[in-house]
Design a protein around this ligand. Structure first.
Ligand code: AHR
Length: 505
């Protein structure tokens, strides 16, 4: 068997991996909020109604930022509905998900939840039905110290100190025809520009994310991105990328090669941003917020037909987008995480969409337990050790032909953590054979030992975690032989996602 050699050299790095790469997303959608993160009366809920069992799983994942309150939901949402005394809050129709919104959880609760669990808020303003003035009022309520009607209103709700939300999205997927009050690119530019002006007048320290294309499938992609970048280059700090992946051909190797689609997408957006930078004679590099990504089998999921039954329309916390993930999904997911790390010089934030119940790593039963879906494990494997410098390396990896063209059978990323003196190497083997690899290091120190191997794999790629079998799929530590420890040569099993840790000093 041929040995594939990887050489990691100190200083040969892509960029530092930002904590914000390990962000997620909670939308008012289905059971993400109600009976997801928030369920008053649940045996594991705290006095605020926050589910502690869910919170401890979020901690285990190492989640950094949480995007809120949408998603499509935000484009019809009035932020005033979710503040102040709960008994006075209105019950509304949510147009995005044809649901009934009770507003018992809103901006005030989101802030408390983030504070309690040490999560960084990333808040979206409504640029669908909302106006630039509404966005200005919203940030005044949240971030202005006091002495105005809205900042004093926050104080009257028991919040003397401002929330100081620093990350803001200028709307959501405004290019999508499905969006409430969808906009053409130039219309979005005009509205987002005026909104950004007002928001920065109220708080000059914020970071703003402009809407990039909602999907590569829209005919406006990537022209939308060019127009938005040209119009908003000086207004925004990040352009958003959204991309979901599914097994569209039904072939395992095509699906496992989804990382190629993500790479291509990032390349296109980076190139478009760099074209605009040159055209505008700007000195600034536009960063990317990949703030919606995941596996989402949009076709064939039961939620598509959910509203065919008229009695399901406008009900509370409907069971929408409750995808049950397979081991295969989790392997694909691991490959996508490698791609995010390999592009972290430009992708400076990412949000796994979503966090609980809705296309999510955590799944709950109302009044019952919370379980880890299969995709929980690759996220945890990477987020635990993927902090430090992302390393650049070359390896001569064999390819197979997939729907994406020539596709590397090993897809990997590496992160050096100086404090721990460790290099974590993450690798997806999408081939049907195991692959022999050798990990070589240069310039890190005298020591060089392979100290651990964590693997996600199994005989049945279609197995899922359920309430009956919650641990059917889990990552596990695999023993290393003395020769593997010393020589750093090992075999990566077929169809597996792996984390190897090399001690270097
Ligand atoms: O994450 C689910 C939905 O997908 C979001 O609401 C929307 O932004 C995207 O289309």
């Amino acid at each position: 068997m041929r040995t594939i050699k990887y050489l990691f050299q100190k200083g040969n790095s892509i960029a530092s991996v930002p904590d914000e790469l390990y962000g997620s997303f909670v939308e008012h959608l289905g059971r993400a909020v109600y009976s997801g993160i928030y369920e008053p009366g649940h045996p594991k809920a705290d006095k605020n109604g926050f589910r502690e069992d869910v919170a401890s799983m979020i901690k285990e994942l190492g989640i950094s930022t949480v995007r809120y309150p949408g998603g499509n939901f935000v484009s019809g949402y009035n932020w005033r509905d979710g503040i102040g005394p709960k008994a006075e809050r209105p019950v509304r129709l949510d147009y995005a998900w044809l649901s009934k919104e009770t507003n018992q959880f809103g901006n005030d609760e989101f802030y408390t939840w983030c504070q309690k669990y040490d999560l960084s808020p990333m808040v979206a303003v409504n640029l669908g039905t909302g106006t630039p003035q509404d966005a200005g009022y919203f940030i005044e309520y949240c971030n202005f110290p006091g002495g105005t009607t809205l900042s004093d209103l926050r104080k009257s709700h028991g919040r003397a100190e401002p929330y100081n939300f620093k990350l803001w999205c200028l709307g959501n997927e405004m290019d999508g025809p499905w969006q409430t009050c969808h906009l053409e690119a130039q219309e979005y530019v005009r509205k987002a520009h005026e909104t950004a002006k007002i928001m920065r007048w109220v708080d000059p320290d914020i970071k703003l994310v402009g809407c990039g294309s909602a999907t590569t499938l829209l005919p406006t992609y990537p022209e939308w991105d060019r127009i938005v970048l040209e119009g908003l280059y000086d207004d925004i700090d990040f352009l958003s990328c959204h991309h979901y992946f599914e097994n569209s051909t039904g072939k395992t190797e095509d699906f496992l090669g989804s990382y190629v689609l993500m790479e291509n997408f990032i390349h296109t957006i980076e190139s478009t941003a760099d074209f605009v930078k040159a055209k505008l004679r700007s000195k600034k590099d536009m960063m990317i917020s990949f703030d919606e990504w995941n596996i989402w089998s949009i076709e064939g999921e039961p939620w598509m037909n959910y509203f065919a039954d008229p009695s399901h329309r406008f009900t509370e916390k409907p069971p929408l987008l409750e995808q049950s993930y397979t081991l295969l999904d989790a392997l694909v997911f691991g490959g996508l995480m490698c791609t995010l790390i390999n592009h972290c010089d430009r992708v400076r934030m990412a949000s796994l969409a979503q966090l609980v119940n809705v296309i999510a790593p955590i799944f709950t039963k109302e009044g019952g337990p919370a379980i880890a879906q299969t995709i929980f494990y690759p996220f945890k494997m990477v987020s635990e050790y993927g902090r430090g410098e992302a390393l650049r390396f070359f390896a001569d990896v064999p390819c197979i032909e997939t729907v994406h063209g020539q596709t590397r059978t090993l897809h990997s990323s590496a992160v050096y953590n100086e404090e721990r003196g460790e290099i974590a190497f993450f690798v997806l083997n999408l081939g049907k054979e195991s692959a022999r690899i050798e990990l070589k290091t240069e310039g890190f120190g005298d020591k060089e030992e392979l100290v651990s191997h964590t693997i996600l794999s199994g005989p049945d790629l279609l197995v899922r975690n359920t309430f009956e079998t919650p641990n059917a799929v889990m990552s596990r530590d695999s023993a290393l032989t003395e020769a593997e420890v010393k020589c750093l040569v090992t075999d990566v099993p077929a169809l597996s996602f792996n984390r190897y840790v090399v001690k270097v000093n």
